[in-house]
Design a protein around this ligand. Structure first.
Ligand SMILES: Nc1ncnc2c1ncn2[C@@H]1O[C@H](COP(=O)(O)OP(=O)(O)OP(=O)(O)O)[C@@H](O)[C@H]1O
Ligand SMILES: [Mg+2]
Length: 363
């Protein structure tokens, strides 16, 4: 059965000067996949380990369904083995001397299930991850991707309430990761599990998650449904970490509803989404993704720029373009390169995909 997971103002201080997790709160509704996304050292693993009960929070409460996993103030702490959850790590810890089926069966044996029950659950779990044909194969004779599926089958065989995954695919090559993450989402959804997944890869997060939480230096900056997080980052750090690599400053010259028009010091003008409540003439900090910029012939274009760099990547090209006083990047999909260095181009930035924040408070 899947259950809600609620984390309330949870913190972890390892040493007086080292606060790994700081007042983090979020709720994962039953059956949802939530991803914690953030750079190395931001506290993702520590947060996950606190949910698992492998680490004791120094502050806050963790609740799963109707059960309190831990509450810091009055020392409530449920031991990990009572939490009925499963964890999958980067190192999948498959026992090489056992067959695929034996690996999946092992935790069921430990839980004292009958032979018949075990056989049924092993079969179900292997089917779920698409390995039913390899049940008798020696685990040492599997590819990395197959081993990861065995680890997943093993963790799901005993019907946990909660599935926790810590960068489970970081040992796999990029192509396999891409394929496996789509399968992984389907497998978790089919099993109906509530899952908390940790990664520093924004594409992986987007492909897997119903909700994403972005962490930075122990704090949770935003926790939103996936498309909302990518479509409207609430602070510059979230925009940046989810791929908005273009940044500039410009003055607000007009406001209308959710949008603002801004102009930079060299006269480049564009429409942006005002995430903060910006005032006329104030300086805005603007961020947008290279994919939200469109280059076109100069005729009839509102904004103009000059191509200063071209990086051809096969299926797409990334252009460095000077606009006004800033230099930005623009992605152009397809195998044909349309522009060369020195070309003057029209530049259109999607106002829904360009976010403006108050410059003096944003970092
Ligand atoms: N047992 C520990 N004792 C002291 N400090 C720790 C301990 N475990 C983690 N930390 C510190 O807490 C901070 C957060 O670590 P954590 O492992 O949670 O980061 P992370 O986001 O998972 O990083 P990565 O992406 O590299 O795995 C880091 O500064 C780390 O050095
Ligand atoms: Mg980690």
């Amino acid at each position: 059965m899947s259950l809600d997971l609620t984390v309330e103002k949870v913190g972890k201080v390892f040493a007086p000067a080292a606060r790994a997790v700081d007042a983090v709160s979020f709720t994962v509704p039953a059956g949802d996949i939530a991803v914690l996304l953030g750079p190395s050292g931001c506290g993702k693993t520590t947060m996950l380990r606190m949910v698992a009960g492998l680490e004791t929070p120094t502050e806050g409460t963790i609740i799963c369904g109707a059960r309190i996993f831990s509450r810091a103030g009055d020392e409530v702490f449920m031991p990990p083995q009572h939490r009925n959850l499963a964890m999958v790590f980067q190192s999948y810890a498959i026992w090489p001397h056992m067959s695929v089926a034996q690996n999946v069966e092992y935790p069921l044996k430990q839980r004292g299930l009958s032979r018949a029950e075990r056989r049924e659950k092993v079969e179900q779990a292997l089917k779920l991850v698409g390995l039913e044909k390899l049940a008798d194969r020696a685990s040492s004779a599997l590819s990395g991707g197959q081993m990861q599926r065995v680890a997943l089958a093993r963790s799901m065989a005993y019907s946990p309430d909660l599935l926790l995954l810590d960068e489970p695919m970081s040992n796999l090559d990029p192509e396999l990761r891409g394929r496996l993450r789509t399968d992984l989402r389907q497998i978790i959804k089919q099993a109906g599990l509530t899952a908390l997944y940790v990664t520093h890869d924004q594409e992986e997060a987007a492909a897997l998650a119903d909700r994403i939480g972005v962490m930075s230096a122990g704090k949770l900056l935003q926790f939103s449904p996936t498309e909302e997080l990518f479509g409207r980052p609430l602070v510059p750090a979230v925009a940046r970490f989810t791929g908005a690599s273009n940044e500039m400053h410009a003055m607000v010259i007009d406001r209308s509803g959710a949008f603002a028009t801004v102009r930079d010091e060299a006269g480049f003008q564009m429409r942006v989404t005002a995430v903060d409540d910006l005032k006329l003439r104030e300086t805005a900090h603007i961020l947008f993704r290279p994919e939200n910029v469109r280059l076109s012939p100069v005729e009839g274009a509102d904004g103009r720029g000059r191509v200063v760099e071209r990086q051809y990547l096969g299926g797409q090209a990334v252009y460095g373009v000077e606009i006004g006083g800033a230099r930005i990047e623009a992605t152009d999909l397809g195998t044909t390169t349309r522009w060369k260095v020195g070309d003057e181009v029209g530049v259109k930035i999607d106002p829904n995909g360009a976010w403006a924040y108050r410059a003096e408070i944003s970092a």
